[in-house]
Design a protein around this ligand. Structure first.
Ligand code: ADP
Ligand code: ZN
Length: 718
C-alpha cells in the first residue's frame, strides 16, 4: 500500500477515491473552503469539480449541502458516492413523504456527509428550518451559471439563494460552474453575494478531446465510417431535426448499433427509457437533438458526432464537451456543408427576433462558420474565442494532424461570382452549378442559360469542388443569400474586387480523410490478450452494476479497467495501487476483479528478444556499424542483421543510414528490383541471381524490405 499522506485532504483523496494526486486547483480550493472561506470555482467539464466540495464536506464537521438543478442526476450522484462509502442522500420532488422524512431525520442526527437538494426544495421554510436543526458543513452551489439570466439554463430560484448567506452567515459557500465567460462570472458573484469569495479559474481546454470537421458529402456513409471503428463505445450523434433523429437511429440499429433516439417530440417515458439505456448499458449510441445533454453526467462518452452545424461556438463547445469527462481520449467529429450554411443563415434572417438580436446571432454564426473553415489549429481558435490563450498548436485536432492545404481559387471564384451575376442573381446553388458545368436541364433551356457566357466554363472542377467554392465564398461574405428571392445567391460589396480580378482568393482544399480504423477506446485498449481481459472485466462490471442497480462506470470507470488489463495485478496490494481504486471498492469488489485477473496471470516480462532488438537499434542509431555491434554484443552477424531488417520493416531505421550498405549497392538493387515482375519482387532469389550473386543476402533483404515499405507508404499517401 502507498504510504498514507499526512495532509488530511490528500489522505482522503487516496483512501476514498483511490487517486494519487490533486489536479489543477483542487488542492487550493479544498484548503480554502475547508478553512471556512467562500469560493467561486470555474473548471471545464471533467476537471474534477466534485471533489472540490466533497472533500471539504468530509473534513468539516456537519453535512455538505449541495444545491443542484439537475434532479435527474441526484440519484446517480448519490449512488456514485455510496459506491465510495460516503454517506449521502438527496431531497427533491421525486421522493415520497416517507422517504423524505427519513432523509431529514438522518440529516438532523448527523448521519449524512453529503446532501443534494433541488433549489426550489431548499428554499422552502421546512427545509431551511431542518438545516438549522442540524449542522451544515458548507453550501455547494453547483451549475452556478444558472443564476445568469442571459444563459440558456437560467433558473429563477437561483437568485433567491442569497438567503443562505443571511440565514447561515458562518457556513462557507462554494459556487461551481464549467460555463464561464467574464460576464456570467460577474453575475454569479453579484447575485449570490459572493463578492468576497476567492476565485479559482481554470482554462477551458479539454485536451483529451480530438476535434475534427469534414466536408459533408454523404451523411450516412460518412457517419458509418466514423462509427465502425468505434463499435461498442458510448457516444452521442446530434441531428438538427426530430425526423432525422428518428430515422438515423433506426438506420443505425439496422446496421447493428445499439442506437436510440432522443428528442422533445417523444413521450417522457420513451425518452427516459432511452436515456437510461445510455446511462446503464455499455456501448449505447444516442441519436439526439440538442434537447439531450444538460444533466448527462456520463463520464465515459467516447464520441460526440454532429451531422448538422451547431448555431454557435458556445453550443459546439458545450455539446462536444459531453465527451470524455473521464479524461480519456475522445472524439468530437462533425460534418458540415453548403446546406448548413444556407439553412443557418436562413434561420436567423427569418426568425422573429429584432435587429439587434439578429446582429448578435449573425456574429455568432460567423464565428462558428469561420471555425469550420479554419486551416490552422482548431483548439487554439476555440480557446481564443473564449479568451484563453494557447501558445502552440495542439497536435490533437484534424488541422494539426493532417495539415490543410489551400489552393489559389482566384479564377474559380471569378467564374462563380460572374455566373451568379450573369444569371441575374436570382438562382440557388443547384442551378448555378448546372450552368457552370454546362448541364442540359429543363430549367437551363427555359431560361436560355445555355447562351450565357458562363455556361460550361467550370468543367475544370467537379460538382463537389464547386460546392466547396460556393460554401467558402458564402462564409467569407463574398456571396450572400437573398431571402426575399427564396434563397437565391447574390453578390455583395466584397464581391466586386474579386470579380474584377483585383483580389486573390485562397481557399481551403477539402479532403475527406479516411478513418484509420483504429479505435481509441478508454485510452487505447489494444487487441489481443489485453482486449480479452478488458472484455472479461467489463462483463464482471456489468454484472456487479446490475446487482447494485447502478451504472457500470460507478463500479469502476473504463480507465481503471484498462489499467487493470494492462498491469494485471495479482494481489490486493497491487490492485490498490491502481488509480481510481479506493478503500471501499477494494473491500467490496477487489476479490471479484482479482479472480478474473488471476485467470490470466501476471503480464509476461518484456520478452528477452524484444530487449535485445532494442539494444541493437540503439547502437545503430548511435552510428555503430553492424560488425561493431556484433562484436560489442557478442552476437552472430546474422542476428544483428535480423535486428536491422526488423527495424527497417518497422520504419524505425532508414536502410540508407546503414554503414554496411553503399550508395552504389542501393542503386543497383533498386534498379534490378524495379525491373522484376511484381510477383517476383517479394522473393530474394531472383534478385540475387539478377545481380550475379555479387551482393550479400543480408544487404538485399534489408534494402528490399525498405523498398517495399516505401512502396506501401506511397500507396497510403494517395
Ligand atoms: P466535473 O464535475 O468538473 O465535470 P468530475 O468531478 O465529475 O468533473 O470529475 C471528472 C472525473 O475525474 C471523475 O471521474 C473523477 O472521479 C475524476 N477525478 C477527479 N479528481 C481527480 C484526481 N485528482 N485524480 C484523478 N481523477 C480525478
Ligand atoms: Zn490543433
Amino acid at each position: 500500500m502507498t504510504p498514507q499522506a499526512t495532509d488530511p485532504a490528500l489522505n482522503l483523496l487516496q483512501r476514498v477515491y483511490g487517486y494519487q494526486q490533486f489536479r489543477g486547483h483542487q488542492a487550493d480550493v479544498i484548503r480554502h473552503v475547508t478553512a471556512g472561506g467562500d469560493a467561486l470555482v470555474l473548471m471545464p467539464t471533467g476537471g474534477g469539480k466534485s471533489v472540490c466540495y466533497q472533500i471539504p464536506s468530509l473534513l468539516r464537521p456537519g453535512c455538505g449541502v449541495v444545491v443542484s438543478p439537475l434532479i435527474a442526476l441526484m440519484q446517480d450522484q448519490v449512488n456514485a458516492l455510496q459506491q465510495l462509502g460516503v454517506r449521502s442522500a438527496f431531497l427533491n420532488s421525486t421522493l415520497n413523504g416517507e422517504a423524505q422524512y427519513a432523509v431529514e431525520s438522518a440529516f438532523r442526527r448527523g448521519e449524512l456527509d453529503l446532501l443534494y437538494i433541488a433549489p426550489e426544495r431548499l428554499l422552502t421554510p421546512r427545509t431551511l428550518d431542518m438545516l438549522q436543526q442540524g449542522e451544515v458543513a458548507l453550501f455547494a452551489i453547483d451549475e452556478a451559471h444558472c443564476v445568469s439570466q442571459w444563459g440558456h439554463d437560467f433558473r429563477a430560484e437561483y437568485w433567491k439563494l442569497s438567503v443562505l448567506h443571511e440565514r447561515f452567515p458562518a457556513v462557507p459557500r462554494i459556487a461551481l460552474t464549467a460555463t464561464a465567460d467574464a460576464r456570467t462570472r460577474e453575475e454569479i458573484l453579484l447575485r449570490l453575494g459572493l463578492e468576497q469569495a476567492a476565485q479559482f479559474v481554470s482554462g477551458f481546454d479539454r485536451p483529451n478531446i480530438r476535434y475534427r470537421i469534414q466536408p459533408k458529402q454523404n451523411i450516412r456513409q460518412q457517419l458509418l465510417s466514423f462509427l465502425s471503428p468505434r463499435r461498442g463505445e458510448a457516444g452521442i450523434v446530434y441531428c438538427l431535426s426530430r425526423k432525422k433523429t428518428d430515422e438515423t437511429a433506426a438506420w443505425l440499429r439496422e446496421q447493428g448499433y445499439d442506437a436510440w433516439p432522443y428528442h422533445a417530440g417523444m413521450t417522457p417515458q420513451a425518452r427516459q427509457q432511452n436515456q437510461d439505456r445510455f446511462l446503464r448499458q455499455d456501448g449505447v449510441v444516442i441519436v439526439a437533438t440538442i434537447a439531450f445533454g444538460m444533466g448527462i453526467d456520463k463520464p465515459d462518452v467516447r464520441f460526440v458526432a454532429h451531422t448538422d452545424l451547431p448555431k454557435t461556438l458556445e453550443a459546439y463547445y458545450q455539446e462536444t464537451g459531453r465527451a470524455g469527462r473521464d479524461g480519456l481520449p475522445s472524439e468530437a467529429w462533425m460534418i458540415y456543408g453548403l446546406q448548413d450554411v444556407v439553412m443557418m443563415q436562413q434561420w436567423i434572417e427569418q426568425s422573429e427576433a429584432d435587429d439587434l438580436h439578429k446582429q448578435v446571432e449573425r456574429h455568432k454564426l460567423d464565428a462558428m462558420l469561420g471555425f469550420c473553415e479554419l486551416t490552422s489549429c482548431r483548439r487554439q481558435a476555440l480557446l481564443a474565442y473564449f479568451g484563453d490563450e494557447m501558445l502552440k498548436p495542439c497536435g490533437n485536432c484534424d488541422n494539426c494532424l493532417e495539415p490543410v492545404q489551400t489552393w489559389d481559387a482566384t479564377e474559380a471564384a471569378r467564374k462563380a461570382l460572374s455566373c451568379v451575376y450573369r444569371a441575374g442573381q436570382r438562382f440557388g446553388v443547384v442551378h448555378l452549378l448546372d450552368i457552370l458545368l454546362g448541364h442540359h436541364t429543363e430549367k437551363i433551356r427555359s431560361y436560355g442559360h445555355d447562351r450565357l457566357s458562363t455556361y460550361g466554363i467550370g468543367k475544370d472542377l467537379d460538382a463537389t469542388q464547386w460546392r466547396s467554392v460556393f460554401r467558402q465564398l458564402l462564409v467569407r461574405g463574398l456571396l450572400a443569400v437573398d431571402w426575399d428571392a427564396h434563397g437565391a445567391l447574390r453578390l455583395t460589396e466584397a464581391s466586386r474586387p474579386v470579380l474584377r480580378g483585383e483580389q486573390p482568393v485562397l481557399l481551403r482544399k477539402d479532403q475527406v480523410v479516411a478513418e484509420t480504423g483504429k479505435s481509441r477506446r478508454g485510452g487505447s485498449v489494444p487487441d489481443g490478450v489485453e482486449g480479452r481481459i478488458f472484455e472479461e472485466l467489463r462483463a464482471l462490471r456489468r454484472k456487479l452494476a446490475e446487482e447494485q442497480g447502478v451504472a457500470p462506470y460507478m463500479i469502476f470507470p473504463d480507465g481503471v479497467l484498462t489499467q487493470m488489463a494492462q498491469s494485471r495485478p495479482q494481489s490486493t496490494d497491487a490492485l490498490a495501487k491502481i488509480s481510481g481504486v479506493g478503500e471501499y471498492k477494494l473491500l467490496h469488489y477487489g476479490a471479484a476483479f482479482l479472480e478474473v485477473l488471476r485467470q490470466f496471470g501476471p503480464p509476461p516480462a518484456a520478452p528477452a528478444e524484444a530487449a535485445t532488438f532494442r539494444q541493437s537499434l540503439q547502437l545503430l542509431l548511435q552510428g555503430m556499424s553492424i560488425a561493431q555491434i556484433a562484436q560489442r554484443r557478442n552476437l552472430a552477424l546474422s542476428t544483428v542483421w535480423g535486428h536491422v531488417v526488423q527495424a527497417v520493416e518497422a520504419s524505425m531505421l532508414d536502410y540508407r543510414e546503414i554503414t554496411e550498405i553503399t550508395e552504389a549497392q542501393i542503386e543497383a538493387i533498386t534498379d534490378a528490383w524495379l525491373s522484376l515482375p511484381e510477383e517476383e519482387q517479394t522473393r530474394l532469389k531472383p534478385l540475387y541471381e539478377l545481380l550475379d550473386g555479387k551482393i550479400d543476402y543480408h544487404v538485399l533483404r534489408c534494402v528490399v524490405t525498405g523498398l517495399r515499405r516505401e512502396a506501401l507508404e506511397g500507396e497510403n499517401n494517395d
